[in-house]
Design a protein. Structure first.
Length: 369
């Protein structure tokens, strides 16, 4: 009898072990499911952005090209006009296509073989919208995307928005004292339902482009500056020459990483970033909005409140009439390069000689501050 019981004892022992090992798998499965729920999208996103080029702090930003360079390379560059359809029909760059910002990411994916163009140039009225959108496409991997500096305001006089925007109205209110940064905190929470860094980025890029709320005018800011966290996005030596009251200095191409000062930005306050022209700041704001910050660019930058001082203090980047090139425009629905160009200037201006184009277009805008 003992010999018959022994094998049965072994059998029951094996069954017990198997049953125990099966039940021990259940907590592991639960842990995997819970870890998916607990993914911190903000951490996944910032890790992806900083490990895939850290473009916000790279030497290439801001990626801007002059109207002269675009005009000299119309057959090699692909131009996307982000203005309203009516503005496009009334006059656009020869060969440019009209795309709404909300459709930009999907348009690029479906319709543009980006690698076949030397440069893809985004244009708008004053380059704020184009700069904002350029940052998002750069982050998504389109490394040959640029914004046209000064926007269509530089292309011809009819479309100029800059001349009415420049002023010295707050130049007398500038201060020179240093304003300290707050202590570091954490990134804003974001929820897209995605788990991979690139997918989160694409979802956030589409979201901010559809919202397209990123600009604040200086008068609005100065009504109650305490409501805003104001960032002076200049090198320190220019910050010390004079800045808006309460503005805190962040160094271009350096400060906006986790190891530097990114985490000093507030999550519970509107952030307004200003640079010299608003174009570099628009790129910065696009980056901050992707991360979940309530961020805005000061339109036209320091040109809107201390224009003369940009020259007198040798700061630079002041818009002047010499930036207006009066290049030809195309009217109509189609971007065809075969369409005859038209001029919207008066008869006297139409008889003026064609603009002189440098043989070697300037490209120093890229990487400039």
């Amino acid at each position: 009898m003992k010999k018959k019981i022994y094998p049965l004892s072994i059998l029951f022992f094996i069954v017990f072990l198997l049953g125990t090992s099966c039940t021990s798998d259940l907590p592991k499965k639960n842990q995997v499911q819970e870890s998916k729920k607990e993914i911190r999208e903000n951490q996944a996103l910032i890790q992806f952005l900083e490990q895939s080029g850290n473009f916000i702090n790279s030497h290439r930003i801001p990626t801007l090209v002059s109207a002269e360079e675009v005009y000299a390379n119309l057959k090699k560059y692909f131009v996307i006009d982000l203005r309203s359809h009516s503005a496009y029909v009334n006059g656009h760059i020869n060969g440019a296509v009209n795309v709404a910002p909300a459709d930009l990411v999907s348009y690029m994916k479906k319709n543009v073989a980006a690698g076949t163009y030397e440069k893809i140039v985004l244009v708008c009225y004053s380059s704020h919208r184009a700069s904002f959108s350029t940052m998002l496409l750069q982050l998504l991997g389109y490394k040959n995307v640029y914004a046209m500096k000064w926007g269509m305001s530089s292309w011809d006089a009819k479309n100029n928005k800059w001349l009415n925007a420049i002023s010295d109205k707050y130049a007398s209110k500038l201060e020179t004292k240093d304003n300290p940064k707050p202590a570091k905190s954490s990134l804003p929470e974001i929820k897209t339902g995605k788990t991979l860094g690139y997918d989160i980025l694409e979802a956030r890029a589409n979201s901010v482009l559809k919202r397209l709320d990123f600009m604040v005018k200086v008068d609005k800011l100065m009504e109650n500056p305490a409501e805003y966290y104001i960032i002076n996005y200049w090198p320190e030596y220019n910050y010390q020459k004079g800045h808006l009251p309460g503005a805190i200095q962040y160094t271009p191409k350096q400060s906006l990483s986790r190891d530097a000062d990114l985490l000093t930005l507030p999550k519970d306050k509107k952030i307004v970033v200003y640079c010299y022209t608003g174009q570099h700041a628009a790129m910065v704001v696009a980056y901050l909005q992707v991360l979940g910050y309530d961020a805005y660019t000061l339109t036209y930058g320091a040109n809107s409140f201390m224009h003369s001082k940009l020259t007198s203090l040798k700061i630079g980047h002041a818009f002047t009439r010499k930036e207006i090139k009066n290049f030809p425009l195309i009217q109509g629905e189609q971007p065809s390069l075969k369409t005859e160009s038209v001029s919207d200037n008066n008869a006297e201006e139409e008889t003026a000689p064609a603009p002189v184009i440098r043989k070697k277009p300037k490209v120093e805008e890229e990487g400039g501050c």
